[in-house]
Design a protein around this ligand. Structure first.
Ligand code: KIV
Ligand code: ZN
Length: 514
């Protein structure tokens, strides 16, 4: 019997970006969207268009670039949000407005301060308005898993009549338990008279570590869309992880009567891209995409795998894109070879100048590092793109003196407000000295929340990818920098974070009233 399609709705660029510090620039979002398209994700939630001019521009750019995935914008159930989402999606090949309102007693009473009937009327009005702008509308019952069953069925019936084609019942606070949540989805589908006119969707948060289990239980009870994110990125403990959902359905096809259209070989490259852009490393023991997910340490396991792979492996590493980290290019590779490889990685450029900067950096890297892998190219492009966006504070010179028994000293020069500034500082370590020298010039008033270094490839000649997370007045940003010299990468990451801090913030979709 042929399987039914399971729609994969990726919200890395919207809910994923709500993780403190995971904010991305427009260009970074477009790069991730291209990778998601290559992964063959059905729906990409590109952002929350009303939240800031930057979010609007990102949704619009993604809608204008991506052809093979449907592009969606979130909107609260209010006119301004819905119209802004419609505007951002105007040029999409296939677009969707995703509108939501909370339906649980606790949210309606304390957050919205509205009566259930008012919420119902607002939901219906929002769906009708959205349907006047676009033919594909999704409606979400925020905090669905804690909503009253009869009220939920009433509102779902009404919004389907108003034109919603997808009904999403989120476990917003990660409170659900698989049997209970799955059964609830099944009961709703059975109880709503016009349920056959909509696709039922789930969106689970991972506060109890159950997001994937809850989503899969719902699929077994009739959900046909799962909302998820790459690497499980997302608000608080994150969302259900796309790679785990997709591989569970595929590996246990004996249990699931659904199939996705995901190109699984593109899972690991997409995971790496998201990790490198957001600065959120993937834990080594993370299922599917963690560095240890397919490595066997124990002799007994190694012996078993060598004799017959399936003794200890339920999936093939190459099926999810491991071992595809090809030796990409070398010192003698020219522009055409670089452009072709970048194209294969889903990376394209807005201008010839940007490609020229990438090519120049590639040549510099090839002088320092004999073997250049796909991961190197990803990091290099991220670094160039971040660099071009933070021209207001750019690193022009760095010198660090580190001697055993003495405090390290950093001398640094940056271009800031069209002038070169220089400073020198001592620190408890070389990185500390660099950050202190920068602060002498800029006096940002920020607090350092995180400093992390990740080796992009194996070997001591690897590029170091540095993330610096800064906080100021409740706003958190992540800066990135990559270089074979970890100290240069650290300086770039700090300057990038300071530049991002200067950009305006955005509105959070789930705070405050409607
Ligand atoms: O978690 C949630 O309920 C959401 C909705 C806005 C869909 O992210
Ligand atoms: Zn969410």
């Amino acid at each position: 019997m042929s399987k039914q399609p399971l729609i994969i709705f990726d919200t890395t660029l919207r809910d994923g970006e709500q993780s403190p510090g995971a904010s991305m620039t427009k260009d970074e979002k477009v790069r991730i969207a291209k990778s998601l398209e290559k992964l063959r994700v059905d729906v990409i939630e590109a952002g929350f268009a009303i939240s800031s001019p930057g979010d609007f521009a990102a949704v619009k750019a993604i809608a204008e670039t991506i052809k093979d995935s449907r592009i969606c914008s979130l909107s609260r159930a209010v006119r301004g949000d819905i119209e802004r989402a419609g505007e951002a999606l105007a040029n999409a090949n296939a677009g969707r407005i995703h509108t939501f309102i909370a339906t649980s007693p606790i949210h309606m009473q304390h957050k919205l301060q509205m009566q259930p009937d008012e919420v119902l009327a607002q939901a219906v009005g929002a769906v009708k308005l959205a349907r006047n702008l676009i033919d594909d509308v999704e409606f979400s019952l925020e905090d669905g898993s804690r909503s009253e069953f009869d009220f939920m069925c009433r509102i779902i019936e009404a919004v389907i009549d108003a034109g919603a084609g997808t009904i999403n019942i989120p476990d917003t606070v990660g409170y659900g338990e698989p049997e209970e949540y799955g059964a609830m989805i099944g009961r709703v589908i059975a109880a709503v008279p016009n349920a056959d006119k909509a696709i039922f969707s789930v969106h689970c948060h991972n506060d109890l570590g159950l997001a994937v289990a809850n989503s899969l239980a719902a699929v077994r009870h009739g959900a046909r869309q799962v909302e998820c994110t790459i690497n499980g990125l997302g608000e608080r403990a994150g969302n259900a992880s796309l790679e785990e959902i997709v591989m569970a359905v595929r590996t246990r096809h004996d249990l699931f009567d659904v199939e996705t259209r995901i190109d699984t070989q593109h899972i690991v490259p997409t995971s790496r891209l998201v990790s490198s852009i957001t600065g959120f490393p993937v834990q080594p023991n993370k299922a599917i995409v963690g560095a240890n997910a397919f490595s066997h340490e124990s002799g007994i396991h190694q012996d078993g795998v060598l004799k017959h792979r399936e003794t200890y492996e339920i999936m093939k590493a190459e099926d999810v894109g491991w071992n595809t980290n090809k030796l990409s290019l070398g010192k003698l590779s020219g522009r055409a070879a670089l452009a072709a490889r970048l194209e294969e990685l889903g990376i394209s450029f807005d201008s010839k100048e940007e490609f020229a900067r990438v090519f120049a950096r590639f040549k510099e890297l090839a002088d320092k590092k004999r073997e250049i892998y796909d991961e190197d190219l990803q990091a290099l492009v991220s670094d160039v793109q971040t660099g071009s966006e933070q021209q207001s504070i750019a690193l022009t010179h760095l010198e660090v003196l580190s001697k055993s028994g003495q405090l390290p000293t950093a001398k640094i020069a940056v271009r800031y407000r069209d002038q070169e500034h220089r400073a020198e500082a001592e620190g408890d370590g070389a990185v500390d000295a660099i950050f202190k020298a920068i602060e002498q010039m800029i006096d940002s008033g920020t607090e350092l929340l995180l400093y992390s270094v990740n080796a992009v490839t194996q070997g001591t000649d690897s590029q170091g990818e540095v993330t610096v997370r800064l906080q100021k007045e409740g706003r958190v940003v992540n800066g990135q920098g990559a270089d074979t010299d970890v100290l240069v990468a650290s300086a770039k990451a700090y300057l990038n974070a300071l530049s991002l801090m200067r950009n305006p913030g955005r509105l959070h979709p789930q705070l405050g009233g409607v």
